[in-house]
Design a protein around this ligand. Structure first.
Ligand SMILES: C[S@@+](CC[C@H](N)C(=O)[O-])C[C@H]1O[C@@H](n2cnc3c(N)ncnc32)[C@H](O)[C@@H]1O
Length: 208
C-alpha cells in the first residue's frame, strides 16, 4: 500500500485518525449528490477528512486519516502528499469515489496522497502500533482529554454514526479511552477538538 515516497510521508505523521464506517458503500458507483443516502452516510466520512486536514489557509501535513469501510476496505489519506482536497463535502466525496474506483481497477494509489486497499480495522491498528503510534479510543465515558498525557505520535479511533460493534470493541478494549466532554458529538466535530487540544500542547511544525 506504500510507495517509497509514501513511507517518507508517513514518517512525518504525528497524528492519525481512524474513522470506523459501518454503512458506507465500497462501490464507486454512488452519485456525488447523494452522499448521505445511496452512498450509506459517506457524507460523514467526507466531513471527517476535511476536519482532519483543512485549516483556514492550507492543509495539515503531519496528519494521516484512515477510513475503514465495513471492515473490508481502507482508504488512507496522507497530509504530507495530499493534493486536491478542498473544504467542501462534495469534492471530498469525489476523492473517496476516485479511490474506490482505483480499488475496482486493481490499483492501490488514487489521487495524490490517497491510497486504498482491502484490509480491516485490526490491520490498521496493528500498522499504527508498529509505527510507534499510541492508540486512543474516543469515547464520552473515557478520561478527560484535558488531563491526558500524549505520546509524540498519537492515533485516535472513532466511530461514524453507529456504535462500535462488539467485535470492534474487543479490538479496542486494551486502548485508553478519551472523552471530549459529556455530550455525544458528531464524529467530524470531534476531530477539530482533538486537534485543538494537541495544537495547544504541541504547536504544529509542518503546515502547508
Ligand atoms: C456520532 S458519535 C456515535 C454516536 C453513538 N453511536 C450513538 O448513537 O449514541 C461518533 C463517534 O464520535 C466519538 N464521540 C462522540 N462524542 C464524543 C465525546 N464526547 N467524547 C469522545 N468521543 C466522542 C465516538 O468515538 C463516537 O463513536
Amino acid at each position: 500500500m506504500t510507495s517509497t515516497s509514501g513511507v517518507d510521508a508517513q514518517s512525518q505523521s504525528r497524528r492519525a485518525f481512524v474513522i470506523v464506517g459501518h454503512t458506507q458503500t465500497t462501490s464507486p458507483d454512488f452519485p456525488l449528490n447523494d452522499l448521505p443516502g445511496s452512498a450509506g452516510r459517506m457524507d460523514i466520512l467526507a466531513r471527517c477528512v476535511t476536519a482532519a486536514f483543512c485549516l483556514s489557509h492550507g492543509l495539515r501535513k503531519d496528519v494521516e486519516v484512515f477510513l475503514v469501510l465495513r471492515d473490508e476496505v481502507v482508504l488512507r489519506f496522507e497530509g504530507a502528499r495530499l493534493k486536491r482536497l478542498n473544504p467542501d463535502e462534495r469534492s471530498t466525496g469525489a476523492l473517496l469515489k476516485h479511490a474506490l474506483q482505483a480499488l475496482r481497477e486493481g490499483r492501490t494509489q488514487s489521487t495524490p496522497g490517497v491510497s486504498v486497499a482491502r484490509r480491516g480495522l485490526s490491520e490498521v491498528l496493528q500498522e499504527l502500533e508498529e509505527r510507534g503510534f499510541q492508540l486512543y479510543v474516543l469515547d464520552e465515558r473515557g478520561e478527560d482529554i484535558r488531563t491526558a498525557d500524549f505520546a509524540s505520535r498519537s492515533a485516535f479511533v472513532l466511530s461514524d454514526h453507529r456504535n462500535f460493534t462488539p467485535e470492534e470493541e474487543v479490538l479496542l478494549q486494551e486502548h485508553p479511552k478519551l472523552s471530549l466532554g459529556p455530550v455525544v458529538l458528531h464524529a467530524d466535530h470531534c476531530i477539530p477538538l482533538v486537534h485543538n487540544e494537541l495544537d495547544r500542547r504541541f504547536p504544529p511544525e509542518a503546515l502547508e
